[in-house]
Design a protein around this ligand. Structure first.
Ligand SMILES: [Zn+2]
Length: 372
């Protein structure tokens, strides 16, 4: 594929021969471009140009998620997206072109997942194994398109070949699952523990599933019947529809030994009220995982004495690290988690703007598979 003998054009300019492109790759593609708050348009744009260390994926499938919904509503993301921009980040694709310095193992047509970020591996946090807090975390977006550019750092650190046995939808779950697995790791739960999961959106359900797989007894909370049914299928031993009980905290405590409270609580509903509830549901010496990211400026009132004298551990895990990207793909390969449990519908790229409208009214409960 690559030649050691320089071609004539190489003398003219590096860019001219920086890319080995499969003949089938066109110059234009369809992509969903975000212009601002709730303003997403389908457009013909240029297929991204590659630097020598970059890879072009032909997108096989992209999944929508809660972060994308937030970005669509706000019209931007301080760290990740400044409009107009392509977006979407849970993706499985196949290698369609490679820069000339890309490792030969990334051959044309290979099916891969690429995470939405990669750390620098050099900064203070990276050196301490906290790559999720990397001071120079490189983000990548653009999965809602026919083709997607993968920056060199992600190719090196966070792009993985998908095993044959794994379907496209499940492979595309790697990124959010990596965040969840890292969260569970930080919780230090044990087999036989009881954990409450507040919120049964795609993230909450992943917690239900993966905690159950580890022998944790999960109590799932949500506002609607359908996600609670899914939570049961995912392994929850009990579910509570929070709209049907007067005192949610008491209802949870009633399900624990001596009304002691849960060993662990995962807050995955994303509002200040459920942050407070989480603190009231945990037992003395237990752990609360504030997983959802509330928008900056949000305040939650807490009683420090209730935390201190009960020695409650508070964690708020953010993002993923290369280790958990790999663990997530391995969990998916084992069949611990399957897309069809989470993905509610498959749509075409053209239908995406309308689909976001629909997701808005369901507060991110829906996860869609987008096929370009
Ligand atoms: Zn770093």
């Amino acid at each position: 594929m690559r030649t050691t003998t320089p071609k004539r054009s190489e003398a003219i300019g590096e860019e001219a021969v920086a890319v080995v492109r499969a003949p089938a790759v066109p110059s234009k593609m369809m992509a969903a471009v975000l212009y601002g708050s709730e303003d997403l348009r389908l457009e013909q744009i240029d297929v991204p140009h590659l630097a020598a260390d970059e890879v072009l994926l032909r997108v096989r499938l992209a999944l929508t998620d809660g972060t994308d919904l937030k970005v669509w509503q706000r019209g931007y993301h301080a760290k990740m997206i400044q409009p107009p921009a392509v977006f979407g980040h849970e993706v499985v694709g196949e290698v369609a072109a490679v820069g000339k310095r890309v490792d030969a193992r990334w051959r044309m047509g290979l099916r891969v997942i690429a995470a939405n970020s990669a750390p620098c591996l050099r900064c203070f946090h990276c050196r301490r194994g906290q790559e999720n807090l990397c001071e120079d975390l490189l983000f990548n977006n653009g999965a809602y398109a026919e083709y997607m550019r993968i920056p060199g750092r992600i190719v090196m650190e966070n792009m993985l070949e998908v095993p044959h046995s794994v379907d496209d939808g499940s492979a595309a779950l790697v990124e959010p699952l990596a965040c969840v697995l890292r969260g569970i790791h930080e919780m230090e739960v044990r087999t036989g523990d009881t954990a409450v999961v507040i919120g049964c959106g795609p993230i909450g359900l992943k917690y239900v599933r993966m905690l159950s797989r580890r022998g944790v007894r999960v109590i799932a909370l949500a506002r609607r019947v359908a996600p609670l049914e899914v939570a049961r299928r995912m392994g929850a031993i009990a579910t509570i529809n929070v709209t049907q009980v007067r005192d949610v905290v008491a209802a949870v405590r009633n399900l624990t030994e001596d009304d002691r409270g849960a060993d662990a609580v995962v807050e995955a509903a994303g509002n200040p009220a459920t942050w407070k509830q989480a603190l009231a549901m945990v037992r003395r010496g237990g752990v609360v995982n504030f997983f959802s990211g509330l928008s900056s400026g949000t305040r939650v009132e807490i009683e420090p004495a209730a935390i201190h004298y009960s020695e409650i551990k508070l964690i708020s895990p953010f993002h993923h690290t290369p280790r958990f990207i790999r663990e997530a793909l391995e969990a998916i390969r084992r069949g611990d988690i399957l897309a069809h449990d989470f993905v509610t519908e498959e749509i075409r790229l053209e239908d995406l703007p309308h689909a976001f409208e629909k997701m808005k009214s369901r507060s991110g409960e829906i996860k869609l598979a987008v096929r370009p």
